[in-house]
Design a protein around this ligand. Structure first.
Ligand code: FE2
Length: 260
């Protein structure tokens, strides 16, 4: 069996601290062979820098996925070109730096393909993630049976639909972006592990990571505000997927969380 750990959106320094504090223990206790994490909010909640990506890799994360905040920090553009283990959603224009697919070798010697896609409902209108998923899956060698998808999307219905689209063709799909963990963890009939959203690894004292007074002021006044990360009530949220590498099917999937 191959055990993957996926860590939901690492938000600002509270999120990074939680990864540093708990990742080694989880990897040990759960016999994790490969850790993937969404890092698009690592830099104060908005984007990721090469330094912060290296920091997260240093904690033991092997692949970093991103999303709509991939482009917030310009200094990461060149890094996308030279570091293959940081992904940006594959369905952005091809001329943008980076890739939405990488194959890495897990600790147990099994090759794992990791795909990063982004939704379009209530988000910017990039290429169709469903067709892009088809193209990417066709490009992966048949010998690479363990395949993981981070679908970074706003709408639960778009994510559920993607789960059905991918069922039986990937080992697992876990959603990100809403920063709210969902309790619909399951194995779809074709053997694909699924959860609509992994939830945030970061401060839960705010509004999906941002200082709550700032966000309340915006809702109350509709005036533009400067976003600032919240600091308190840090939590780590993720999903552990047990996959039979012989056929790429998920045999078990469950949520993992650490508080404070
Ligand atoms: Fe996002």
């Amino acid at each position: 069996m191959t055990n993957l750990l996926f860590i939901g959106d690492i938000f600002a320094s509270p999120g990074r601290t939680m990864v540093a504090r708990y990742l080694p223990e989880i990897v040990e206790a759960e016999n994790i062979h490969l850790t993937i994490a969404n890092g698009e909010n690592a830099a104060g909640g908005f984007g990721i820098t090469p330094q912060l990506a290296d920091e997260i890799f240093g904690y033991g994360v092997q692949v970093i996925t991103t999303g709509n905040h991939a482009w917030d920090k310009r200094e990461v553009y060149d890094y996308f070109k030279r570091q293959q283990r940081i992904l940006r959603p594959a369905n952005y224009p091809a001329e943008l730096p980076g890739s939405g697919l990488v194959t890495v070798r897990a600790k147990n010697g099994v090759d794992v393909a990791v795909i990063n896609l982004q939704g379009r409902a209530h988000m910017i209108p990039i290429d169709c993630p469903f067709h892009k998923a088809d193209d990417l899956l066709a490009s992966i060698p048949a010998t690479v049976k363990v395949r993981f998808v981070d679908f970074h999307a706003e709408l639960t219905s778009e994510k559920v639909a993607m789960g059905w689209h991918l069922d039986g063709r990937v080992s697992a799909m876990v959603g990100t972006h809403t920063h709210v963990p969902t309790a619909d963890t399951r194995i779809l009939p074709g053997g694909t592990g699924y959860q609509t959203d992994a939830g945030m690894t970061g401060p839960y004292s705010g509004v999906i990571g941002v200082d709550k007074d700032i966000i309340l002021q915006r809702f109350l006044t509709q005036m533009p505000v400067k976003m600032q990360a919240a600091h308190n009530s840090p939590e780590l949220h993720g999903v552990i997927v047990e996959i039979d590498e012989a056929n790429g099917k998920t045999t078990a999937i469950r949520r993992v969380e650490r508080i404070g």
